[in-house]
Write a protein of this length. Structure first.
Length: 83
């Protein structure tokens, strides 16, 4: 399955592969801070702990975790910036 086949819009992409916890989440937070409400951030990470981190972050921050998938050993997350 290819990421290009997703139905989700992508406004900003973040490649966090090779970064260990908590760096993928911190980089995502930095990216979201520079985005406009309603835009979508696509994050690619290799840290398995990021699955838990992104789910919990979305719950606490109010940003919407639109989708999360493991594809070819990478973890993909689509977050919509909250209003």
């Amino acid at each position: 399955m290819s990421v290009e086949n997703t139905h989700l819009p992508i406004d900003v992409e973040l490649d966090a592969r090779g970064l260990s916890c908590p760096l993928p989440l911190l980089k995502a937070k930095q990216s979201l801070n520079g985005m406009v409400a309603g835009q979508t951030l696509h994050v690619v990470a290799t840290d398995a702990g990021s699955q838990r981190d992104f789910q919990r972050f979305a719950e606490l921050s109010g940003h919407a975790l639109l989708d999360s998938r493991e594809l070819d050993g990478d973890f993909h997350y689509w977050l919509r910036k909250a209003d």
